[in-house]
Write a protein that binds this ligand. Structure first.
Ligand SMILES: Cc1cc2ncn([C@H]3O[C@H](COP(=O)(O)O)[C@@H](O)[C@H]3O)c2cc1C
Ligand SMILES: O=C(O)c1cccnc1
Length: 354
């Protein structure tokens, strides 16, 4: 399904600056520590230099973007919670009481909560209105959305990054809220990676094993009925995806276009990131993976992107929570690079280099 999605944003994405990364790799070995001894922090510093194209990258402040939308497939009984919780949680984000609000405050990040497709009309202050349609259609019965709607949702994600960048953000954290979105993400991932549905489906908000078997059957029926083209990520998004997942895809594309590191959260976020990387492989260099979710499909999605998350805290929430918790590690990588003394400056003998 050829859809003219955000062509201008994809044209603006350049690969990360590998030469800047290599210069940082060499510089790290001049700092007062055994070579390589700061492990993943060193790899992060190299990646952040390659992203920003300079040897003194800065990631502060971060900006958190939470995209919210509903899913028609919720009517199949695939979540432990009712659809109304999506809108209720959006109100909670707006008043500052959700987990992501707490973690965003801890890292000094602003939050932009964007309604791209919540069923209920939302009139609360503190929510950006970009509603494409009130929820997707039930993917078992019809395509989740139209091509033009996927385009509009992707562009809502692009616009949110552009607002954040304009406001001075140096790092983007992308989260989501949408009851039944582990169902949409599982369907997308099964199609995109040709993985059996039962292997990627998990408990989501906490369904039991009988309900999980039902969730697998619902997704298998949807995949069979929709026949999305696994080589066309937009077709997958349109047929079995979600509006907030499309917006997240747009946010990763725009982060790369603006040369901003984006921290990927859990399962749903990683599926959206996979779509962005399939649309434009150069996006991959701009992504840092925050944490490993307990949702079983996350391992499949991470493998598809050859990604190793920074944290593994047994979390399975979404909202951008695991990505926000990883942000201080990016700050530590940058501080290490920018503030540590070299062997020469500190007068420390560099015997390994004699
Ligand atoms: C109170 C509450 C807060 C949440 N915050 C994130 N999610 C997470 O759970 C949902 C996905 O799980 P499923 O596919 O099983 O519905 C998404 O909204 C996700 O962000 C929440 C879920 C609930 C109930
Ligand atoms: O990993 C996630 O993003 C996730 C897992 C379960 C429920 N909601 C989100």
């Amino acid at each position: 399904m050829p859809i003219d999605v955000a062509p201008s944003i994809i044209e603006r994405i350049a690969p990360v600056d590998a030469c800047a990364g290599e210069r940082t790799r060499a510089y790290l070995d001049t700092l007062t520590k055994p070579p390589g001894s700061l492990g993943r922090l060193e790899t992060l510093a190299i990646q952040l230099s390659a992203i920003t194209g300079g040897q003194t990258p800065n990631v502060t402040p971060a900006s958190v973007l939470v995209f919210a939308a509903d899913h028609g497939v919720a009517e199949e009984g695939v979540s432990a919670f009712p659809q109304a919780v999506t809108a209720q949680m959006v109100a909670n984000f707006a008043s500052g009481g959700a987990a992501i609000n707490v973690f965003a405050r801890q890292i000094g990040a602003r939050i932009d909560v964007v309604d791209v497709g919540v069923v209920a009309p939302l009139t609360v202050a503190g929510v950006t209105h970009a509603k494409v349609r009130p929820g997707t259609a039930n993917m078992v019965l019809e395509n989740a959305m139209q091509g033009a709607e996927a385009h509009a949702a992707i562009n809502a994600g692009v616009a949110a990054v552009e607002r954040a960048s304009h406001a001075g953000a140096r790092c983007i954290i992308v989260g989501e809220m949408g009851i039944a979105n582990t169902t949409a993400s599982s369907a997308m991932l099964a199609v995109l990676t040709a993985t059996p549905v039962a292997q990627v489906v998990g408990a989501g908000t906490g369904i039991d094993s009988a309900q999980q078997a039902h969730k697998v059957a619902v997704i298998e029926r949807a995949i069979q009925a929709r026949q999305a083209d696994p080589n066309d990520p937009l077709d997958v998004l349109v047929k079995v995806g979600g509006l907030e997942i499309a917006a997240m895809t747009g946010a990763y594309l725009a982060s790369a276009a603006h040369r901003l590191p984006a921290i990927v959260d859990g399962f749903i976020a990683t599926v959206a990131a996979l779509v962005a990387c399939r649309l434009c492989p150069a996006v991959r260099g701009y992504l840092v993976f925050g944490h490993r979710s307990e949702e079983p499909g996350h391992a499949t999605a991470l493998d598809a992107l050859d990604a190793k998350p920074l944290l593994a805290l047994g979390m399975r929430l979404g909202e951008g929570s695991g990505a926000a918790l990883a942000f201080p590690l990016l700050q530590a990588a940058v501080a290490m690079l920018n503030e540590m003394a070299t062997f020469a400056d500190a007068g420390v003998s560099d015997s390994a280099r004699q």
